[in-house]
Write a protein that binds this ligand. Structure first.
Ligand code: NAD
Length: 377
């Protein structure tokens, strides 16, 4: 099946547990809904996948785990609190270390495991939400990774929601499928893995409105639906293993290209004596209309309220995450011999913007910090 979109079912479930709001910084490009007002309606918890192990409870994962608890799953969580020192992690290190997160889970009666092995032992399904490819490799196939040890027993389903490179994801998935199943619970004979990165940012993770892009065996995708719809509003099946992360990096590449195009055009217009306000009216009623130019995410301060450009580019989707995703897109393009000049150029623009000290600012700040565009009065 090329593409299958399943929105959340309407029928609502009684809440298993009302969990307090875990406050975290950073918002996202998508509109948010208050988590406390949210009614969970993902359908019944499948008994074969009731015990969920969650590894990586950072900015995104803490909220996603929280939403699974609210939907009635039995959670065990694990996170490390010391930085892994290698080239990729240090370059894109965006650890948000709230040492209280595990404590908060523990106070809620949630099992906080000391190692990922403990998670494997107690879970029907393991979800990972880690910073980057190197961390995912560490956790799955590294020297202390839980796929190490040929005879160790594994649960049936692994879901990696981290944004990583598609080839690594495919290779880990192949290793998962060669490991031995702990207990047959009505699914296949071997463990399986889904790559299921998300869009929607921290606000979407908190509100449970994420979009999941999923690659891997379709049977596993269908079985995992109730989990996805407990954490998000939509899931889209993208085909075989690695296609979820491929879709994610293509989506963010398109988003970066449109943001750079609109920012460049506004800044050029200002240099030619046209105000961005006038240009915005023209773009939004003509062929340049798009998400970055219209009513969602204008990058020029002074044009729109309630977007990162109106608050000094605070909140939103950070330049460092955009640089990371463009780096993944660029590497993936090279691996398959695809020429992608815009990807490479945008990667450089975002790396340069991060280098100038704006790595935590929203990605629309290239209007100001790369194109030297001016605020509108
Ligand atoms: P984060 O750094 O806040 O959280 C990652 C967590 O993983 C951290 O708490 C860290 O301690 C933990 N971790 C790292 N290595 C570990 C290991 N070996 N064992 C156990 N835990 C480990 O990152 P995040 O913002 O939550 O993002 C997670 C993923 O989601 C990334 O791949 C990111 O690209 C993607 N993503 C993020 C956003 C966003 O707005 N933050 C949006 C969409 C997708």
């Amino acid at each position: 099946m090329a593409s299958l979109i399943l929105p959340r079912a309407r029928a609502s479930l009684p809440l298993f547990l009302l969990v307090g709001h875990l406050s975290r910084p950073i918002s996202s490009p998508s509109p948010s809904r208050s988590a406390s007002n949210r009614r969970f309606s993902s359908g019944p918890v499948p008994p074969q996948l009731k015990n969920v192990g969650f590894i990586g409870v950072g900015n995104m994962g803490s909220h996603m785990a929280n939403n699974l608890i609210k939907a009635g799953y039995t959670l065990s969580v694990h996170d490390i609190s010391i930085s892994v020192n290698n080239s990729v992690s240090s370059r894109f290190c965006f650890w948000y270390r709230d040492s209280n997160v595990l404590e908060k889970f523990s106070k809620m009666g949630i099992c906080t495991a000391k190692t990922s092995y403990e998670i494997i032992e107690s879970s029907d399904v393991v979800i990972t939400m880690l910073p980057s490819t190197s961390h995912v490799m560490d956790v799955y196939t590294g020297p202390n990774g839980f796929l190490n040890g040929q005879n160790a027993l594994r649960p049936w389903l692994f879901i990696d929601s981290s944004t990583v490179d598609p080839l690594t994801s495919r290779s880990i998935s192949a290793t998962v499928s060669k490991s031995i199943l702990k207990e047959k619970k009505g699914h296949g004979d071997h463990p399986v893995m889904l790559d299921a990165p998300v869009s929607g940012g921290v606000n979407g993770a908190e509100a449970g409105t994420l979009t999941f892009m999923v690659g891997g065996p379709e049977e596993a995708y269908l079985a995992a639906q109730p989990l996805f719809l407990s954490m998000g509003k939509v899931s889209i099946y993208c085909g075989g293993s690695g296609n979820g992360v491929a879709a994610k990096i293509c989506n963010n590449l398109a988003m970066a290209v449109s943001m750079a195009g609109v920012s460049e055009a506004y800044a050029l217009g200002q240099s030619l004596g046209i105000t961005a306000k006038t240009l915005a009216k023209i773009f939004n009623s003509s062929s340049a209309r798009c998400w970055s130019s219209s009513d969602s995410y204008n990058p020029v301060p002074g044009i729109m309220e309630g977007v990162p450009s109106s608050r000094n580019y605070e909140g939103g989707f950070s330049c460092k995450l955009m640089a990371k995703d463009l780096g993944l897109a660029s590497a993936a393009a090279q691996e398959v011999g695809f020429r992608s000049p815009l990807t490479s150029q945008l990667y450089e623009i975002y790396m340069e913007t991060c280098g100038k000290g704006h790595s935590g600012k929203d990605f629309s700040c290239i209007f100001r910090h790369h194109y030297a565009g001016k605020d509108e009065k």
